[in-house]
Every structure is written in C-alpha cells, then in structure tokens.
Design a protein around this ligand. Structure first.
Ligand code: SAM
Ligand code: SF4
Length: 362
C-alpha cells in the first residue's frame, strides 16, 4: 500500500484521484507526504520563515458570511476602526523589530471614506518606513479601481480567500444574496492578478457540507488560477454564527487539523515556489500548529500587531490565539526547536518566488 502511495508522490502532476488518495492518507503515509513537501520547500525556497506583522485594522463589515464572528449582524462585538496613528505605531514597531512586511486585514467595507483612508495609510506606511516594509492587504471584495489605487499607492500583495472553490458549497456557507456572489469573488481575484498584485487565495477546511472531493478540487482550482500565495486553515466554529451555533466537536476539529496539514503539504508539492501561510487558526487547534504547518511546507507566519485592547473584538472564531503582545525575545513566537534548521527572514520582504517567475514567463 505504501509503495502505491509513494508512486503517487513521485508523479510529476497529480490528478483529482491522486489528491483524494493523498488527503485520505493514514498517519504513516502522511509522514511520507509531509517529508516530500518539506524537501520541495527546501529545494525551491530554503528553510526560511517570513513574517507579516498582522494589523487587524477594522472589524466593521458589510457582509454576513455564515461562519464568521465579525459578520455584520453580530451585535455582541464592539465595532472599531484603528486610528491612523495606531496603525502607524504598529508599523513602526514592525519596522523596529525588523519585520519584512505588514499585513492589513479588516472586515469588508467599500465606503469611499474607508477606501480613501486605506490609500492614504498605504502611502504613509511607505513614507514612514522609507519603502522598507512590504504591504499585504486583505480587505475583501473591492472595485478594480480601488484595487488599482491601493496598488499604485504601494501595496503589492493581496489575500482574498475563495473560501470554497465549489459554487454549491460556497452558496451553502454564505447568505443567498447579491453581496455574497461566488462569481464576483472570482472576478475580484482576476482583477487582483490583472492589477499586478502578488495574489493569494485559500479555503477553510472542515466546513459543514464540505467533502474530500471538494478539497481536491480546491487544490486544482489554486493550481489552475496560478496563485502566488496560499492561506488555508481549519474552519473553527463561533457560537454566535449560524454555522457555529451547535458548538465544536473536538474530535472532528482534530481531524480538520490533520486534513489542513495534508492540504498544505499537497499544495506545496503542486505549487513549489508559492508562499504558504501557517495560519493562526492552526495554532488555535494545537499550540504547535504553526510549527507543524511549517514542517509540512508553509513558510509564512503572521504575528499579531493589533493594539491589545481591540483584539477581543476581532474574534472571527472561538479561542483565537494572539491576544498577548509580541515577546521581543522571541518575535516570531515560534518554538524553533520544533523546526530544526528553520531561520526567520528578518528584514526581507519575502516575496513569493512564484510571482517573479510567473511575471518573467508571461
Ligand atoms: N473580510 C476579509 C475577507 O473576508 O476576505 C478579510 C478578513 S476575514 C476575517 C479573513 C478570513 O478569516 C476569511 O477569509 C475566512 O477564511 C477566515 N475565517 C472567518 N471565519 C472563520 C472561522 N469561523 N474559522 C476559520 N476561519 C475563518
Ligand atoms: Fe466579513 Fe470577512 Fe468575516 Fe465575511 S469573512 S463576515 S467578509 S470579516
């Protein structure tokens, strides 16, 4: 059985059936999968973990995704938007600590006041850091014009998860209205690529109704879309949301964690030189979750730089970690003993090698 499994691992290109087999691997087989993914990462990118200082800029959101604690109709959280000076203080901290990049994330807000302010903040971040810090955005669906303005202002990466690449599943985990339109999400991803962003997407793993076939198709979707960055994590229930109302089944959560490791390893083997995030949601399920993701092929982490008092109001799922300030003695917060040979990419942007290759080949 293991020789059959290893034959699949050696294939140049996986088909849907191969990916299903890899996803269904038992723990012993998964060991081979992880080792292969780690070798691929080492060969193409080395063993460097890049940092994106995460700034959760605002929890004001116009959307109502059925899984997310920040959804518009959740009145149990206090809404906030950081003041410009608070964002810039977090950026200065990132710069001083030698982070290569910051990532600005927020609920979806398409108001001109918001989009204009983001544009001026991007310019201010550039100025404040002498263009030394990279800027990733994760601010949801916006018009092509807004994406262009933010790009021209100096942002160069954008993370917009497709969440579920199968349209029927996407519809089951979002309200059935014009604000949550699958085709619009795809158009936004295309607009981001066309604008010139290093473009990232990803899915949640373990969503209700999701099948292993869906996950295999998610991998194929990301490959065919030729993404530069991938952010995936386990779905974690939030009790104040329609998909979390029945609480969490911890056994199933553990299974989602294992599936996420397999998804990370597979996408690493399929898309050798993209950047892959070891998500905070992995750490929410297992204290060593991010280290395990790095061992399976991930190479990015996003330590939280949001001012502490706002963090409880950016609780997208239960038990979200990162409520404490960064420990300056160990900025990444990683237990490096668990990931032998890994180093932290201080002071470098850590752009995806895939992006550079994609742009020179087209
Ligand atoms: N509003 C922007 C968007 O949706 O693209 C960015 C912020 S949103 C909070 C970032 C990501 O959080 C989403 O893409 C989604 O995958 C993830 N997320 C939301 N609720 C979650 C949950 N219950 N479990 C795990 N991840 C979740
Ligand atoms: Fe808003 Fe993003 Fe949460 Fe959806 S996932 S409700 S868009 S913050």
């Amino acid at each position: 059985m293991n020789s059959e499994f290893n034959t699949i691992l050696e294939k140049k290109k996986f088909d849907h059936g191969d990916i299903v087999t890899l996803l269904k691997s038992d723990d012993e087989q998964a060991g081979f999968l992880y080792r292969k993914a780690s070798e691929v990462k080492e060969k193409h990118l080395g063993n460097v973990v890049h940092l994106r200082g995460l700034i959760e800029y605002s929890n004001i959101c116009g959307k109502n995704c059925l899984y997310c604690g920040v959804r518009r109709v959740n009145h149990l959280i206090e809404r906030y938007t950081l003041k410009d000076e608070e964002v810039l203080a977090a950026v200065r901290k990132a710069h001083k600590l030698n982070f290569g990049s910051v990532a600005i994330q927020a609920g979806e807000n398409v108001s001109p006041a918001f989009t204009d302010n983001v544009e001026s903040l991007i310019r201010a971040i550039r100025k404040e850091t002498n263009n030394e810090i990279g800027i990733t955005l994760s601010l949801g669906e916006q018009s092509s014009e807004v994406y262009r303005r933010w790009f021209d202002a100096g942002a160069h990466r954008y993370l917009l998860r497709i969440e579920a690449s199968a349209i029927d599943l996407y519809r089951k985990v979002h309200p059935d209205d014009n604000m949550h339109d699958y085709n619009r999400r795809i158009e936004c991803l295309k607009a981001l690529q066309d604008t010139g962003y290093q473009t990232g997407t990803g899915v949640m793993i373990g969503l209700p109704y999701q099948t292993i076939d869906n996950l295999a198709d998610d991998i194929i979707f990301m490959r065919d879309f030729d993404i530069d960055m991938c952010g995936m994590g386990p779905f974690i229930e939030h009790s104040d949301t329609p998909l979390g109302i029945n609480g969490t089944d911890n056994l199933f959560l553990k299974a989602r964690f294992g599936l996420t490791l397999r998804m990370i390893a597979i996408i690493r083997i399929v898309m050798k030189d993209i950047n892959i995030v070891a998500s905070t949601a992995m750490q929410a399920v297992d204290p060593a979750g991010r280290e395990k993701a790095i061992l399976c092929g991930a190479n990015i982490i996003m330590p939280n730089l949001t001012p502490e008092r706002y963090r409880p109001n950016y609780r997208i799922y239960e038990n979200k970690p990162g409520y404490k300030e960064i420990n300056e003695e160990n900025i990444s917060g990683l237990n490096l003993n668990l990931i032998p040979g890994a180093t932290i990419g201080f002071g470098t942007w850590g752009d995806p090698v895939h992006y550079k290759r994609r742009r020179t080949e087209t």
